[in-house]
Design a protein around this ligand. Structure first.
Ligand code: ADP
Length: 520
C-alpha cells in the first residue's frame, strides 16, 4: 500500500512532516509508537493515517472534549467515518452512536478517558475488532507531568483487557525525560517505534520583560510590530482577562475575552471569531488553546507568569505554527509568584505533589531572571543539550543593555542570609536589609544583627530582583515548599570571597533605587 498516495488523497499533503513517516510506517508494521512532537508538529496524522489503513477500528483517547467534534468533522470532510463519545452527549444520541459502533460504521472513535470506567463501553468494545488504541496528550498519565488526569491511569488495564492486544500509540508535545519514562513504564509498549522531535521552535522569538504598565506595553508592541496580525494574551485569572479586554478595546484594539467562567456558547463564539480573524486579539486564561489549530498566530504574550515551564512552552508554542517568525513575550512581575502560589495552595493535592509544583514554579521564576539564552533554558528544561551557547534569536541573546557590577549588593544579601541562620524567606531578608521594624523582625531579634539596615537605600523591588537573580544563578537555593527558606549554595562562597563577580542589567537596577537616605 502506498502511504504517500493516502497522504495526498485523504489529507492533501505531498510530504510528511518530520517524524510522521517513521511513526506511520512503524504502526503499519504492527509496532507500538511513541511520538513526542512539538505543538503543531502534526501528531493527529500519525494515528489517523494508519487508522485508515488498518483493518479494524481505532480508538483515540483524548482529554480534549471540546475538540472532538472538530476532529470528527474534519475527518468526515476527508471521507473518513468517525465519531466521538463523551459526557456532552444526550442519552438518545449516545445510544444511537453505540448502535452504530456495533454496526462497525466508524473507522475512528474518539473517547474521553472517563469512558474507560464505564462497563457498558468496555463490553461494547470487547466485541469489536480494535486495531489500535491511540493516546493523545499522553503526558496526562504521568503524575510528574503538569496535567495529571487520574482517569488516564485506567488506560493500561484497558489495553490489556483485549484478547488480542491492539497496537498502542501515544503522543504528547510536552514531556520531560522523567515524564517520558513514566509514560513508557505505565503503558508497557511492545517494541515501539519512537519519534522524538526536538523541542526547539526556531521561528519563535522568546523574551521576558519586566514591565510596570503592561497594557500600554502590549498596545505599543502590537501597534509597532503586528498591527494587523493575530495574537493571544494569556492572563492568570478570569478577572484580569475581563479587565484587560476592556482596556485593549478602549485603546482601539479589536479584542475578545475567553475564560472558563463563560458559557460554552460565548466561548465558542470567541474562539471562532479569533480563528476566522474577526478579532485580532484573544485575551484568555489557560482554558483557551489546547489543540486550537490557528497557524498564523504571530504573538503570544503572557500577561502573568504561568505555573510551570511545560505550560509556558505549550501556551507560547501556539504562536507561529506555520513556521513564520513570531514573538513569545512573558511579562513578569514578582506578584505573579504570589498569584501562582495561591493557585497551588487553593488546589488541594498531596504534599509531595505540592512541593513538586513549587519546584516547577521556581524553574519558571528562574527563567524570568536569567541573563542566559532563553531558548537554551527552555531546551535544557526538556532535557536537551543545546549545541550553541547563544541562539542569537531571543530577548537575552540580543539584549545589549549595559551591565553593572552588583557584587557588593550580592555579598550583603548573602551575608544577611547567613546571619539570620538560613532560616527565613525572601520577604524577611528584605525587611532586615532595609531596616524594617516589622513585628517578626523584632520578635526574632533580627534588628540586632550586623546586616540589619545595611541596604536601607534600596527599594524592595530592587532587592527582590537581585535575590531572584542570585537564585536563578544558583548562589542562593530555596527550599521548595509553601514557605521557601533561603539558603546559601556552595558557589555563594565564591561571591562572598570576591572570587566571582556578579553583573546584572543596569536598567533593572537603577530605575528602582531610591534616593540615598541621609544618615545622621
Ligand atoms: P499537533 O496535534 O501536533 O499540535 P496537528 O496534528 O494539529 O498538530 O497538526 C498541526 C497542523 O499541521 C495542522 O494544520 C495539520 O493539518 C498540519 N499538518 C499535519 N501533517 C502535515 C503534513 N504532512 N504536511 C503539511 N501539513 C501538515
Amino acid at each position: 500500500m502506498d502511504i504517500y498516495k493516502i497522504l495526498k488523497t485523504y489529507f492533501g499533503y505531498d510530504r510528511f512532516k518530520t517524524g510522521q513517516e517513521k511513526i506511520v510506517k512503524g504502526i503499519l508494521e504492527g509496532q507500538d509508537a511513541l511520538g513526542i512532537m512539538p505543538t503543531g508538529g502534526g501528531k493527529s496524522l500519525c494515528y489517523q493515517l494508519p487508522a485508515i489503513v488498518l483493518e479494524g477500528v481505532t480508538i483515540v483517547i483524548s482529554p480534549l472534549i471540546s475538540l472532538m467534534k472538530d476532529q470528527v468533522d474534519s475527518l468526515s470532510e476527508m471521507g473518513i467515518t468517525s465519531t466521538f463519545i463523551n459526557s456532552t452527549l444526550e442519552e438518545d444520541i449516545l445510544q444511537e452512536r453505540i448502535k452504530d459502533i456495533r454496526l462497525l460504521k466508524y473507522k475512528i472513535i474518539y473517547i474521553a478517558p472517563e469512558r474507560l470506567e464505564s462497563y457498558l463501553f468496555i463490553n461494547l468494545i470487547r466485541d469489536i475488532d480494535i486495531s489500535m488504541v491511540a493516546i493523545d496528550e499522553a503526558h496526562c498519565i504521568s503524575q510528574w507531568g503538569h496535567d495529571f488526569r487520574p482517569s488516564y491511569r485506567n488506560i493500561p488495564k484497558f489495553i490489556n483487557s483485549f484478547i488480542k492486544r491492539p497496537i498502542v500509540s501515544a503522543f504528547t508535545a510536552t514531556a520531560t525525560k522523567a515524564v517520558v519514562e513514566e509514560i513508557k513504564t505505565l503503558i508497557e509498549f511492545k517494541n515501539p517505534v519512537e519519534s522524538m522531535i526536538g523541542f526547539d521552535r526556531p521561528n519563535l522569538f522568546y523574551e521576558v520583560r519586566k514591565i510596570v504598565n503592561k497594557a500600554d506595553f502590549i498596545a505599543n508592541f502590537v501597534k509597532e510590530t503586528y498591527p494587523d496580525e493575530s495574537g493571544v494574551i494569556y492572563c492568570a485569572t478570569r478577572k484580569s482577562v475581563e479587565s484587560l479586554t476592556l482596556k485593549l478595546r478602549d485603546l482601539g484594539f479589536n479584542a475578545i475575552g475567553y475564560h472558563g467562567g463563560m458559557d460554552s456558547e460565548t466561548r465558542n463564539t470567541a474562539q471562532e471569531s479569533f480563528i476566522y480573524n474577526r478579532v485580532q486579539i484573544i485575551v484568555a486564561t489557560n482554558a483557551f488553546g489546547m489543540g486550537i489549530d490557528k497557524p498564523d498566530v504571530r504573538f503570544v504574550i503572557h500577561y502573568n507568569m504561568p505555573q510551570n515551564m511545560e505550560s509556558y512552552y505549550q501556551e507560547a508554542g501556539r504562536a507561529g505554527r506555520d513556521g513564520e517568525k513570531s514573538h513569545c513575550i512573558l511579562l513578569y512581575s514578582p506578584s505573579d509568584i504570589v498569584k501562582q502560589k495561591l493557585l497551588i495552595q487553593n488546589n488541594p493535592v498531596s504534599l509531595e505533589r505540592e512541593n513538586l509544583l513549587y519546584k516547577n514554579l521556581q524553574y519558571l521564576v528562574d527563567y524570568c531572571h536569567t541573563n542566559d539564552c532563553l531558548r537554551n533554558d527552555i531546551l535544557k528544561y526538556f532535557g536537551e543539550n543545546p549545541d550553541v551557547e547563544n541562539c542569537n534569536n531571543c530577548g537575552n541573546c540580543l539584549d545589549n543593555s549595559e551591565m553593572v557590577d552588583i557584587t557588593l549588593e550580592s555579598q550583603k544579601i548573602l551575608s544577611c542570609i547567613y546571619r539570620v541562620g538560613e532560616k527565613f524567606g525572601v520577604s524577611l531578608i528584605i525587611q532586615v536589609l532595609r531596616g524594617s521594624k516589622n513585628k517578626k523582625v523584632l520578635q526574632f531579634d533580627l534588628d540586632k544583627i550586623s546586616t540589619y539596615g545595611l541596604m536601607r537605600e534600596y527599594k524592595e523591588q530592587t532587592l527582590r530582583e537581585i535575590i531572584m537573580t542570585l537564585i536563578s544563578r544558583g548562589y542562593i537555593i530555596t527550599t521548595l515548599d509553601k514557605f521557601p527558606v533561603l539558603k546559601l549554595s556552595n558557589s555563594s562562597k565564591e561571591v562572598l570571597k570576591g572570587e566571582v563577580k556578579v553583573f546584572h542589567k543596569k536598567h533593572l537596577m537603577e530605575e528602582k533605587k531610591e534616593k540615598k537616605v541621609k544618615s545622621n
